[in-house]
Design a binder for this molecule. Structure first.
Ligand SMILES: Cc1cc2nc3c(=O)[nH]c(=O)nc-3n(C[C@H](O)[C@H](O)[C@H](O)COP(=O)(O)OP(=O)(O)OC[C@H]3O[C@@H](n4cnc5c(N)ncnc54)[C@H](O)[C@@H]3O)c2cc1C
Length: 434
């Protein structure tokens, strides 16, 4: 057994890992965090939700974010591929809104600010240190780690471990807990662009989403004239095209007038990245000496920009719970069960929202907001991350889903083809050529 015994070891230095590390270190716990990469490193997931603002306040990072030049984000806009304009929503108008803004962040810098913050708060942060193996004992857990410049494995012992290793799911793989959602086998292809045309004032900060028939697009404005732009579609559909990510992304964007118009003077400044099979859940989220947080605990489609929020929520909860459990180990079972219930409830909420999004009727209803029973403000609140909220939001969301379902059979709102006008012309040309 190694000489030192940490209170908590954390695998991964993304938003989940660094947030948990900061809270635990601040509580006076002995924390070690192992991160395989050297930060800053590229990561997708740049659009944040206002519901996370409280966590940022508790972390005490707003000033650092402002110094880093992160953009304030005030809402979003959604449209369908066959529309010229979309429907904008602003977080301030959400049902019982508590925050009018969040941030749009380049993740390389955002993650570094959070990781450095953890170190400044007293966590021992070891970058370029990969966790290779994990062994559980009755009274501790041991991690076998390799620091890249040393090469030789080393052991770290801790009373508890938080797995925040993102999609690598170190503990999930160890216990074979990962399960996929067969209906969400998607791929995303994305890149950063410079020179994308933005609107004036607050609208320059909005995340845009375009829903096409078999795919959807996002564009997220970032500091320094950059934008993150990507497309999501069925992985199998993409494979059949046999196109490179670059070719596929540029051709798909060119077919969308809403985006193409804004991208006339834009140029791609990063490679086109592809990320597949990102939606999954884990059969268990806690065990005798471990807790999963962030993507390591599961992820459901990027459409509602929920990933970092879920990572922060889980990390904050996990840290608070372990702070209690370290003093009162007998409370572990009850608190771990409560943690698991909370995360499952929030993830279930997102799963329902995501499933609705993938039905064509979602966007038809969304693009025709009627101020009935305050349903649009409730949907707005959920878009801001208030997913497991009050009964007042839950019943309105149930009404929204019911309207989306009804729309399938009775056109309560105008129908949309979800086909961009240009694509229709191309199809016509192809058909006549045939
Ligand atoms: C296409 C796409 C778009 C997205 N867009 C958004 C968005 O707009 N907004 C949003 O909030 N979310 C978005 N997400 C989700 C977001 O990227 C993740 O949910 C978020 O990064 C999760 O944070 P995390 O800390 O759990 O994991 P990560 O940020 O992935 O961090 C995990 C860290 O663990 C490290 N690690 C892994 N294995 C080991 C190991 N063995 N040893 C040591 N370290 C290890 C990794 O290097 C990494 O730094 C998107 C996801 C996808 C796929």
């Amino acid at each position: 057994m190694p000489d030192a015994l940490y209170d908590v070891a954390i695998i991964g230095g993304g938003p989940a890992g660094s947030t948990a590390a900061t809270f635990l270190a601040r509580a006076g716990r002995r924390v070690v965090l192992c991160e395989r990469e050297k930060f800053p490193r590229f990561h997708i997931g740049e659009s944040l939700l206002p519901v996370s603002m409280k966590t940022f306040s508790r972390l005490g990072v707003h000033e650092k974010f402002e110094r880093a030049g992160f953009l304030k984000k005030y809402g979003g806009e959604m449209t369908s591929a066959c529309c010229e304009e979309g429907v904008k929503f602003y977080f301030k108008d959400g049902y019982r809104s508590q925050s009018e803004s969040s941030y749009q962040v380049p993740r390389a810098e955002f993650d570094k600010v959070l990781l450095d913050h953890a170190a400044e708060n007293g966590a021992e942060v070891r970058e370029q240190t990969i966790v290779k193996r994990i062994e559980f004992f009755r009274d501790r857990v041991e991690l076998e780690v390799v620091q890249s410049s040393l090469g030789a494995p080393e052991k770290i012992a801790a009373r508890y471990v938080i797995d925040a290793s993102g999609r690598h799911s170190v503990i999930g793989n160890h216990f074979r807990l990962k399960e996929t959602y067969p209906h969400l086998r998607k791929i995303s292809i994305f890149a950063h662009y410079e020179g994308v045309e933005l609107e004036e004032g607050r609208d320059a900060s909005l995340t845009r989403q375009v829903r096409a028939a078999d795919r959807w697009f996002w564009y997220v404005p970032l500091p320094n004239d950059r934008s993150s732009i990507g497309v999501v579609l069925d992985a199998e559909l993409y494979r059949q095209t046999k196109k490179s990510p670059e070719q596929f992304l540029e051709e798909s964007l060119a077919e969308q007038p809403f985006l193409a118009r804004r991208m006339t003077g834009a140029r791609r400044v990063t490679p086109a990245y592809a990320s597949a099979d990102f939606s999954y859940r884990l059969a268990q989220l806690t065990g005798e000496r471990w807790m999963l947080a962030g993507d390591a605990a599961g992820f459901i489609d990027p459409v509602f920009s929920s990933g970092v929020f879920l990572a922060l929520l889980a990390a904050e909860q996990a840290a608070d719970i372990l702070d209690i459990v370290l003093d009162y180990p007998r409370k572990a079972r009850r608190l771990f069960a409560r943690y698991e219930r909370l995360l499952r409830r929030v993830m279930k909420g997102y799963l329902r929202f995501v499933d609705a999004w993938y039905s064509k009727e979602f966007i038809e209803v969304f693009l025709y907001p009627q101020d009935v029973l305050q349903i649009p403000p409730a949907v707005n609140a959920v878009l801001g991350g208030n997913i497991s909220g009050s009964f007042a939001i839950r019943w309105r969301m149930a009404a929204f889903y019911f309207i989306v379902w009804l729309q399938r059979y009775f056109p309560l709102c105008p129908r949309h083809t979800l086909v961009a006008p240009k694509a229709t012309e191309q199809e016509a040309a192809l058909r006549s050529a045939a």
